[in-house]
Every structure is written in structure tokens, then in C-alpha cells.
Design a protein around this ligand. Sequence first.
Ligand SMILES: [Zn+2]
Length: 205
Amino acid sequence: MEIKLYKFLNNANNKTPKNVLVVGVIHGDEPVGEFLIEEFLKNQTRTIKNNLFYIPRLNFSNKRKNSSGVDINRNFPSKNWELTKKEDNYFGGFEPNSEIETNFLVNLTNEIKFDAIITIHTPYKIINYDGINNPITLPLAKKISEFLNYPIEADIGYATPGSMGTYFGVERNIPIITIECDEEIKKEELYKNFEKLFNYLEKEF
Ligand SMILES: [Zn+2]
């Protein structure tokens, strides 16, 4: 399976568009992000003020870890990356950035200077953020919290070495918002709020 990247560039004559990346299914057993993004991308005629980059599905396995048994969200080359046992649920690979999925995002973010990265997970019903030294981060987290009706939690309570939040947010100072969706409600219901969020990112953010 190949990772798909959909780009929609500013078509509203905006001189200072922001670059925004939205990533679904970092954990293969949290598939709703793919549905939410693909549903929105069915709407082809949109006026877009920013530059949006969508990856509906990063991880094509149907388990938390990828097909090589690595938790992608622990495989990013952050300073605190650590080697754990392969059986560990959060195993981050034998070395940082060893996985195709990780490498895809690291290369993309080296090529394009993103103003924000949004990732879609389940099931905790919270908004988490990293990159607090960037002034965009907290207002964006608040906005997303309003659209989705989930509270903001700045710290999920445990260290996440090699995570996207640590690598992009803490170390590279790129605002990164992790959305933990409710998996108990119908995905069509969830989509209603995500449609508002995606429109905001394209037109107002
Ligand atoms: Zn997850």
C-alpha cells in the first residue's frame, strides 16, 4: 500500500497562505481519520485560502503498530528516542526514523515549512498539543477544541519519546495538535464537526 498525499493549494489569491498538514491513521487500529479526511475530500470545489496537505492513512496495518511491528508514533528521531523491547506495545523500532511512514513525514516536513500539523487518533476524547513556544499552537488547540467539543489537555501524563508531538512540536517548534476522537459515536456524526474544522483550516486559520 502506498501512502497518499493530497495537496490543495491556495486558490483565493491569498499572499500569505499557511501550510497545514493533516494526518490520519498513525495507529492502524484507529481508522476513523481516513474516513473523516476522505469524506471531506469528496467535496472537490472549494475556495482555499491556505495550502492544505492531507494524508488520510499513514499506517496500512490494522493494528496499533505498522506491518514491521513498530509504533510509528515512537519512531521519530527526537533526542529522547529510546530502544525498548520489540514486544512492547510502544516499540519505536530498532533505530529512530527506520520506518517508511516515519521517513515519509520527516522528508515532507523538511521539504515544506508547515505552520501546523494536525493528527487524528482515537479514543480519548481530548485535544493534546505540543510546540507551546510557537504562538500559533495554543489558539489553534482552543479553536479545535471548540469545533470538536473535546477538552484540551497539554500533557497526556506520560513521556512519549520518539512521538510526533515531541519531535515536531517540542524539538522543531512546529505547532502540532493531536486529536483523540470519540470512537463510540457514529463516524458520520463525528464528521459533522470535522467538516467545520477542515473548512476552518482551509479558509480562516
Ligand atoms: Zn493513536
